[in-house]
Ligand binder design. Structure first.
Ligand code: 5GP
Length: 193
């Protein structure tokens, strides 16, 4: 139980295609909700982008380090999100530490990871963030300019596939206006605590 709020610590799963703006949305939700929310820091084998810091945005691991943790059972779930050997995983230790501190632990993960977590944490709240349309998603992904053409194509194909799974989530938010999306997101959490 969280001492300040008397709320039971829970997991909050947030999924949605790459480029939909989950990161920006979550940053606003975390600073504006007034709730004890804490991001879980996933591990990944992808390279850090210029603005990303190890241990804050991700735990950036080599393939060997990742596989070692996988074999040692340190992940609650882990997947090759865009195929081609790029791994992402949720660390048990990170999530448990967040819950033990009385937080709602926020997992920003893909649809496959979300399904795995739901099996293990049935009382998790699940939210899917959708783009207004696929064209906008394409523009956002291209505008980011952090990916090669090949990686971009993979992301877009995965994104289109992921959109077919939106109904598997309890709540769906269309991110066409950031202020509105933030408001809707906070409302959903507060109504479901
Ligand atoms: P990016 O490379 O743009 O940071 O993230 C790409 C995708 O990986 C995101 O859509 C995100 O949801 C997913 N992702 C990030 N961390 C995890 C994780 O720990 N597990 C799973 N299954 N997916 C993750």
């Amino acid at each position: 139980m969280n001492k300040k709020t008397d709320l039971k610590p829970r997991l909050l799963i947030v999924s949605g295609p790459s480029g939909v703006g989950k990161g920006t949305l979550l940053k606003r939700v975390l600073s504006e909700s007034g709730l004890p929310l804490k991001m879980s820091v996933s591990a990944t084998t992808r390279n850090a982008r210029p603005n990303e810091k190890n241990g804050i945005h991700y735990h950036f691991l080599t393939q060997e380090q990742f596989q070692e943790k996988k074999n040692a059972g340190e992940f609650i779930e882990c997947f090759e999100v865009f195929g081609r050997g790029v791994w992402y995983g949720t660390l048990k230790a990170d999530v448990n530490a967040g819950l033990d501190e009385g937080n709602f632990v926020v997992l920003e993960i893909d649809v496959k990871g979300a399904n795995e977590i739901k099996k293990q944490f049935p009382d998790a709240i699940t939210i899917f963030v959708k783009p207004p349309n696929v064209e906008i998603l394409k523009e956002r992904l291209q505008g980011r300019g952090t990916e090669s053409d090949e990686a971009m194509k993979n992301r877009l194909n995965t994104a289109i596939e992921e959109l077919n799974h939106a109904e598997e989530f309890q709540h769906c938010i269309i991110n066409d206006n950031l202020d509105k999306a933030v408001e809707q997101f906070i409302k959903i959490i507060k109504e479901n605590l």
